[in-house]
Design a protein around this ligand. Structure first.
Ligand code: HCA
Ligand code: CU
Length: 417
């Protein structure tokens, strides 16, 4: 049966993670082109959608989720255009669980259809007023329609963590029996904790759900990455992300942060992705939606590999692994050392002197470091201040400065901004 059970654990499309950490194979469902389009700053043109899709595809995510084709006429045409873009990633459209929406989804030519249904009391009361039995009946027809078209089908419960756990389990078992490829649990308002996610996902597995489990987590309380990871530990096979985490409100699990989370467990877990394309991807989307990449973003934030205190810079100059769990060179980004401040250290000052082509003996270095620290206590210093001190010192001593500029492979040295 075409499309059915694409999500099984032996499926090539989800790749394999390596050994030792107990984590199974997983695939990323990136929804920058759906959840991300619901971000306040996003107004994608057709060309921008194509560019984002290409960049995500080159990075290597397994699935791209697209906005519902019934949302607007262009959403329909853009989904069709993306189908013809010849990407490796499989394309999914996200639609309400109705026959009309499913027909439109199939008509776009995408590989799969992501259905969702509100299952919490609040959504059932204010959104659709259906009982869980009615939901299963309706979903049955829609799922058959999609399966008969040969597409993959996923059914996801919106607001799963404010839904009754026993009801949710019964719902998923009933949906699973209908033969879906994946079932999704969505933490729609970002309230779940990692333990709750672990309990729900492992509970569904223990109850006998056979379809691949997908997790979609919002970041309202800052747990989206931890929750996605907990889902994976519990046996989920698919994790939803967006570039930079963009989405409704403050968004969902950021792709780069999830990659960082997995990499620190075992770099082999993310060996299937083109890691050096992460930074260009983040920059592309940041530009399109008109935001800066936050300074504290894992891997691609401007300070993600900036070391400051003397104890840190000293050790990092000897071996960066002392204060870096992630090797920035794997991601094609630079590390930098801040040396122009009162917390600076002698090793960092020596390293800068070397970059400037100077060779200073230990007592001079000690004296200059003390001088930088005292000056730094009185005002904010710049790299130029430090360079002037170092070069001036050298000029006075008549050693002659070599050509400035860092040798290849040296960390960037920065002053305070
Ligand atoms: C929403 C829907 C959703 C759907 C997630 C899913 C959510 O926009 O509210 O289909 O898995 O967070 O519940 O994004
Ligand atoms: Cu969402």
């Amino acid at each position: 049966m075409n499309g059915h059970r694409q999500a099984h654990e032996d499926d090539e499309s989800v790749g394999h993670g390596g050994a030792g950490h107990g984590l199974g194979a997983f695939g990323i469902v990136d929804t920058t082109l759906r959840e991300g389009e619901q971000f306040a700053g996003a107004h994608y043109t057709t060309a921008q959608k194509g560019a984002i899709a290409s960049a995500l595809d080159a990075f290597g995510v397994e699935y791209l989720e697209l906005t519902s084709p019934v949302a607007s006429p262009r959403s329909f045409r853009d989904a069709q255009a993306l189908v013809h873009q010849g990407l490796r990633a499989r394309l999914l459209v996200h639609v309400r669980c109705t026959l009309a929406d499913a027909r439109a989804a199939v008509a776009t030519g995408v590989h799969g259809v992501n259905l969702f249904y509100g299952t919490s009391q609040l959504l059932r009361q204010h959104s659709h007023r259906k009982s869980l039995n009615e939901i299963v009946d309706e979903a049955g027809e829609v799922i058959s329609l999609v399966r008969e078209s040969g597409r993959e089908v996923r059914f996801s419960s919106e607001d799963a963590f404010r839904s009754d756990p026993a009801e949710l389990r019964d719902l998923f078992l009933a949906i699973d029996a209908l033969g879906v490829d994946r079932v999704g649990v969505a933490d729609t308002v970002g309230v779940a904790t990692p333990r709750q996610v672990y309990a729900l996902v492992s509970g569904l597995r223990a109850a006998g759900v056979r379809a691949g489990i997908e997790f979609h987590g919002h970041d309202d309380s800052g747990c989206a990455v931890a929750n996605s990871f907990a889902a994976l530990e519990a046996g989920a096979r698919f994790l939803d992300t967006t570039v930079l985490g963009i989405g409704e409100r403050n968004g969902i699990t950021p792709l780069g942060s999830l990659v960082a989370r997995l990499y620190t467990v075992d770099p082999a877990l993310v060996g299937k992705y083109a890691l050096r394309l992460l930074a260009p991807l983040d920059h592309l989307v940041a530009g399109i939606v008109g935001v800066e990449i936050p300074f504290n973003t894992p891997i691609t934030g401007s300070r993600a590999f900036t070391h400051k205190a003397g104890v840190h810079t000293n050790a990092v100059l000897r071996d960066p692994r002392t204060y870096e769990a992630i090797d920035p060179t794997h991601f094609g980004v630079d590390r930098s050392l801040e040396i122009s401040h009162s917390l600076t250290g002698r090793a960092a000052v020596r390293s800068r002197a070397t970059q400037l082509g100077l060779s200073l003996d230990d007592s001079r270095l000690r004296a200059l470091t003390t001088q930088i620290k005292s000056l730094g206590d009185t005002r904010r210093l710049t790299m130029d201040d430090v360079d002037r001190l170092l070069l001036g010192d050298n000029a006075r001593r008549g050693d002659g400065a070599g050509p400035p500029g860092p040798p290849i492979g040296a960390p960037t040295m920065r002053g305070e901004p």
